[in-house]
Design a binder for this molecule. Sequence first.
Ligand code: DUC
Ligand code: ZN
Ligand code: ZN
Length: 466
Amino acid sequence: MSLLIKNGTIVTASNEFVGDVYVKGEKIEAIGIDLNMPADQVIDATGKYVFPGGVDEHVHYGSFGALLFETSHAAGVGGTTTIVDFAPQDQGVPLLEAIRIQASKANNVASVDYAFHGIIMDPKDSVFDEIEHLPEVGVSSLKLFMAYKGTSFYSDDESILKAMMKAKDVGVTMMVHAENADIINVLQKYYLDQGKTDPVYHYYSRPPIAEEEATNRAIALAKVADCPLFIVHVSVKGAMEAIRSAYEGGFPVYGETCTHYLTLTTDYLAKPNFEGAKYVCSPPLRPQEHLDALWEAVQKGWLVSVGSDHCALVGGYEITKKKGLGNFAKIPNGCPGVQDRMVMLWTYGVCEGKITRQRFVDLFATTPARVVGLYPQKGQIAVGSDADIVIFDPNFKGTITNAESYHGIDYSPFEGFPIKGRPEQVFLRGKLIAKEGKFVAEKGKGRRLTCKPYALCYTYYHKDDK
Ligand code: DUC
Ligand code: ZN
Ligand code: ZN
């Protein structure tokens, strides 16, 4: 099959121009002006943008009680053609085995291409010893949690430091969920003891300083280990500034934020009648001043990518979130968002003049691919890259509704948000998978990807120039 997309405005992380893209089979074979090779299909993209398919390097399919890969076609509908999932580890199960089990759940089920990060949930020396083998199974990143003390997600500083010391020897990117677990535990009890049980206390028990302190501590540990660091889901100004100042001081620390931290404030957590539970995720939604700081950071490159932290909990709001009625600390964490990342970032970022189209592509596709070692196969419109392409109609106007969401649960955190523009046609390796908000391909045709070690965070850190 061949495809010629003509006269679209092709946008990359560094420039844009009106031109043509020629796809042969699964790859982009030519980019230019007035290409005229014969093709099985010719699309006139006049007045449309042509973007690389999105790379969402922060999704949960299974971990935290989220639905598995059956609903991953939601990503494709929203213009994301690659997802990188956090593979959960059960107690007693070796890290590599946990990844193998998670991969078997995605096989023939995932509808976009996929790769994995490891998560250490059983921190001990035998597991740290497995880190050196992650690149052999196509995994180049590993997440540890400073939060969730009392659950298997939690790792103490000793464990994080040990993991970092192993990771840096093999070019594995260390990712940290940075929130101070002790502050959170004490404040949760403090508010509950006063009968303050509503979802908004999820925010008060996880104040900005708890994230800022943990971010600084993660950076300190990374410096001790001399290990590059990627802080996931940065939600507060102080954490962003800690990353920025460490990076500007010469240490390779990078940060991601997420769609909801840019677009939803703490007011959503404070919605009455337990509606706020729909927005419970960690870190929590923050007041407006943090959103303003995060927008500035993504435009200026102080934060380098925007993930969704997609986590569509089995049972959704009615069954699962409501387990926390009468106790905000028991509300399961996580919100869906994989389908909405592109339109939200476009509408509330590009259309509002907060980010340029180049930054949009960089944040949405190019840098996430670099962070996980999938670039240039993914995240880029370039000759030789996979033909993951979004033809985007900037003139579309609509509203996000759960009824039109493919994520498989009973609510959307972005319900009612007006949107400008949408992915009109989405191609995965040259094949049309979504059109005008509908999934149009056979499900389960996503392919597992191999992530290369020594990815973006190691740019200035190559061991023996690997
Ligand atoms: N927070 C996480 O750390 N993981 C998944 C969902 C969430 O809200
Ligand atoms: Zn996290
Ligand atoms: Zn997450």
